[in-house]
Design a protein around this ligand. Structure first.
Ligand code: FPP
Ligand code: MG
Length: 330
């Protein structure tokens, strides 16, 4: 329940509370690489960790981590990666140019400043990268280690960009399926430019995401994120075609919710871990973290579909339930 309570407002402050409690303690403390030389002390409500780790190259490293997540003022996770988020946003806008002006303006519609949304996914992924990039190689000459670290970070930023493009593509298609007229406080793309352009803009975003994915030259990551697109389609189809019996089943609801929402963030978190060269076990922990976060996010989104107002949500309320009712009447 604490998990849900942290998220319930679906506001920056709610997410801030949730992320600061949940994200920071996890990756290092649960790592299978821990050698047991750990201490935990509490000084005036602050914690100090001292871990011994072995990285994937077998080098022992000592990490001293001073955490303030028990202090009165939690860190703001969004501000921790604010500069990088702007970088990612600028690169996304540059990736969406097209020789056809109408396609370009449709594709960049939700990437324009002010309508980029909460940017939860890129924020979580960049913070996950910070938590998992703990490899400290033997000192290398001429700053080679710094260069490798910067290259890794750029590749992980690319995962954040790909994830955001897949996410927005799925929203463009979802709004067509849901006949939505608003999204993020403005007219939905299907409402403003029509269903056909909205569907094609979604396809365009997916194709640009594929090109970016291929540039990473990592077949495991390519396969992981390609499967996410299959999951999104599976989840949406499960939702559209569910029988009245399935609509009363919690298992069906959770399975559909995993495919529709949690799969994207869980597999992207795993991709961040894989690029960092983490073990399978750590990659699975990153996956589980993303899965829990994604499920919680959609549970709250579904509750707000009943309890929120169109003004507070920036999109139509009751649209999903109306659609299910309409489908069940067909
Ligand atoms: C929002 O759900 C929609 C999703 C989380 C996924 C939609 C997926 C598809 C339409 C499949 C096609 C996928 C791609 C990548 C093209 P919601 O309607 O519950 O949320 P909302 O209230 O924000 O509309
Ligand atoms: Mg919808």
């Amino acid at each position: 329940m604490q998990f849900l309570r942290g998220l319930s407002p679906i506001s920056r402050s709610g997410l801030r509370l949730f992320l600061s409690r949940q994200l920071y303690p996890f990756p290092v403390a649960n790592s299978s690489q821990l050698l047991g030389d750990s201490t935990q002390k509490v000084f005036n409500r602050r914690e100090t960790y001292s871990w011994s780790l072995v990285d994937s190259h077998g080098f022992k490293q000592q990490i001293h981590h001073q955490s303030s997540f028990l202090s009165e003022e939690p860190l703001d996770p969004f501000s921790l990666v604010a500069d990088e988020l702007s970088l990612v946003a600028n690169r996304l806008r540059a990736m969406l140019v097209s020789e056809v002006p109408k396609l370009a303006s449709a594709a960049e519609y939700f990437f324009k400043m002010g309508v980029e949304g909460k940017r939860l996914r890129p924020t979580v992924l960049l913070l996950m990268a910070t938590a998992l990039n703990v490899h400290i190689h033997e000192p290398m000459p001429n700053g080679v280690g710094d260069t490798l670290g910067a290259e890794l970070r750029t590749r992980q930023q690319c995962i954040a960009e790909i994830t955001e493009m897949i996410h927005v593509a799925s929203l463009l298609h979802d709004d067509v399926l849901d006949d939505a007229d608003t999204r993020r406080g403005i007219g939905s793309l299907n409402f403003v430019m029509g269903n056909k352009v909205a569907v094609l803009a979604g396809d365009f975003l997916l194709s640009r995401a594929c090109v970016a994915l291929a540039s990473l030259k990592n077949t495991e990551v390519v396969s992981l994120l390609a499967t996410v697109v299959e999951h999104l389609v599976t989840g949406e189809t499960m939702q559209m075609t569910s029988t009245s019996e399935q609509r009363c089943s919690m298992d069906h609801y959770m399975q559909k919710t995993y495919y529709k929402t949690a799969s994207l963030i869980s597999d992207s978190c795993k991709a961040i871990a894989l690029l960092a060269g983490q073990t399978t076990e750590v990659a699975m922990l990153a996956f589980e973290y993303g899965k829990s976060l994604g499920l919680a996010f959609q549970l709250i989104d579904d509750v707000l579909d009943f309890t929120g107002t169109s003004a507070s949500l920036g999109k139509g309320s009751l649209s999903d339930i109306r659609h299910v009712i309409r489908l069940s009447l067909i």
